[in-house]
Ligand binder design. Sequence first.
Ligand code: KIV
Length: 269
Amino acid sequence: MKKEIKKITTHVLLQMKQKGEKISMLTAYDYTTAKILDHAGIDVLLVGDSASNVMAGHETTLPITLDQMIYHASSVVRAVNRALIVVDLPFGSYQGNSKEALNSAIRIMKESGAHAVKLEGGKEIKESVERILSAGIPVMGHLGLTPQSIYKFGTYEVRAREKVEAERILSDAELLEKTGCFAIVLEKIPAELADKVAKKILIPVIGIGAGGGVDGQVLVLHDMLGLNNEFNPRFLRRYLNLYDDIKGAVQNYIKDVKSKDFPNAKEQY
Ligand code: KIV
């Protein structure tokens, strides 16, 4: 008999926090890799707007469009049986007003079949979060380094080293929890602050460059697989070196084609 798969829901994530079981999350943007990640047992897949960087080659996350996010998200949805799929609302699709935010979130849910959306920001997006939630769409928050605001920050350095910004992150996290978010991502902030936030609020806190005191971890898939060997932040652990492996494989293929070694007698009809 086929074993029943226990799907990850926002409720399951909450239970994981309550039990002290860490949540694993990775980005995914396409069918083939999403399928591998789901079979491996990942809890949450984030169709991140980092697709703008790693898939499309833009310098920032700003250029990616809602249509492009929906394309990536629907490819991921077709691959996945177990993981919870969260999709980033891209820059420009929710900052205008809460009606625009709701329309963008509805398009993502309706056209891709994903399970939740993620928005960057705190107090300033409260109304949009409320309106999206009122339509029954689960919302994940994102505080700390929020790459859609890179031109305001000016750098990708660690955020909230100063007291004022640290206090703002804490109060924004409490506000997002109160508003109804099911989880929050904290990006690139001091581990001590992230730990404090995770202890203060009841919903799961997923960190990237935010230390081990939070309830789960997220990494950009291309970074942890070593597909990009030019990005070396301190928080990144590389589990493979695919840049070198793929380059080596392609060099071998080129060599075999040029030398007429490929295809051999068994590799033809
Ligand atoms: O877009 C993304 O990949 C993200 C993660 C860095 C959390 O938002």
